[in-house]
Design a protein around this ligand. Structure first.
Ligand SMILES: [Zn+2]
Length: 292
């Protein structure tokens, strides 16, 4: 290393130290810390890892050191061989890329069947259930409720999408509230336009139901949090332990610009502890992730 490089390195180190040291009062400049992205999509059904090597490369270029791949309809295993391949592919990224599983409401005859499958999946390393869509159903349709009952029993948090057609609800989110009340031991992580467009209602539900969480992923999360930053900042401080960082990235993100969520959370000027909880610690705690 040449002297110039040493100087540069020292300046860089100093720069990082200045950024990392908390300012007076409650707010600190936010250091460029690694993120845990809890909302990502990938197809891992093929040999050689499927999308996972590209996911790992995307993580590296975005300072994401751990990530959760959610299952969606198009990437669900169609047979035993694909299920085995998925498990094998994820094994290569243990402690770095985690995975959820999902069951479709229409495919599950009863709670017992769901419990049996989910127990097996949990033993194989799955850490959550989702992305649950409830296609064309109310959020608390009996077909959905038996999935929640199964997740409560097995101990898997449910990450759900909500919009006008899927996991439908009203402006009071009364269908969601019914599920939160019925399964108080089941953690529900909300996402999607039907959820984030009702941020004031969410605020109330967060206060009354400790099993409600949210992720800020996708356009819906980013838009809602950007709308009134002063309010969002208070919201995130009020519910500091239950909002999670996520992007809703996937193969469509590879080679594209950074999702807006990284800059957004920095721009909120959150207290340092709240920022760390949002970007990393809440996920570590909820999903019992290993430290890296
Ligand atoms: Zn998603």
């Amino acid at each position: 290393m040449k002297t110039n490089d040493h100087t540069l390195l020292m300046l860089l180190t100093l720069g990082l130290l200045v950024v990392a040291s908390p300012a007076k009062g409650t707010t600190a400049e936010v250091k460029p810390a690694p993120y845990v992205d809890i909302h990502f999509h990938a197809d891992a059904r093929t040999e050689g890892g499927g999308d996972l090597p590209n996911v790992a490369a995307w993580m590296k270029s975005n300072s994401v050191d751990r990530l959760i791949v959610l299952q969606f309809e198009k990437s669900m295993p169609q047979n035993e061989a694909e299920a085995k391949q998925i498990a094998e592919n994820f094994k290569a990224y243990q402690g770095q890329i985690y995975r959820f599983t999902v069951l479709l409401a229409k495919d599950v005859p009863d709670k017992e069947a769901a419990v049996k499958t989910l127990k097996k999946m949990k033993e194989e390393g799955v850490i959550g259930f989702g992305e649950h869509y409830g296609r064309g159903l109310d959020f608390d349709d009996p077909k959905c409720m038996r999935l929640y009952a199964a997740c409560a029993e097995v101990g898997l948090p449910v990450l759900f999408h909500m919009d006008g057609q899927n996991n439908k609800d009203d402006d009071k989110l009364s269908h969601l509230e019914n599920a939160l009340k019925t399964y108080p031991t089941c953690v529900f992580i909300g996402h999607g336009p039907g959820f984030w467009a009702r941020m004031k209602t969410m605020d109330g539900l967060f206060a009354s139901h400790k099993n409600l969480y949210a992720d800020i992923s996708a356009g819906s999360g980013a838009k809602a949090v950007s709308r009134d930053k002063a309010y969002s900042r208070e919201f995130l401080v009020r519910h500091a332990d239950r909002v999670l960082f996520g992007t809703d990235g996937g193969p469509w993100s590879f080679g594209k610009a950074k999702p807006p969520h990284f800059e957004l959370v920095k721009s909120l000027n959150l207290p340092a502890d709240v920022h760390t909880k949002l970007c990393r610690e809440n996920a570590e705690k909820l999903f019992k992730l290993e430290h890296r």
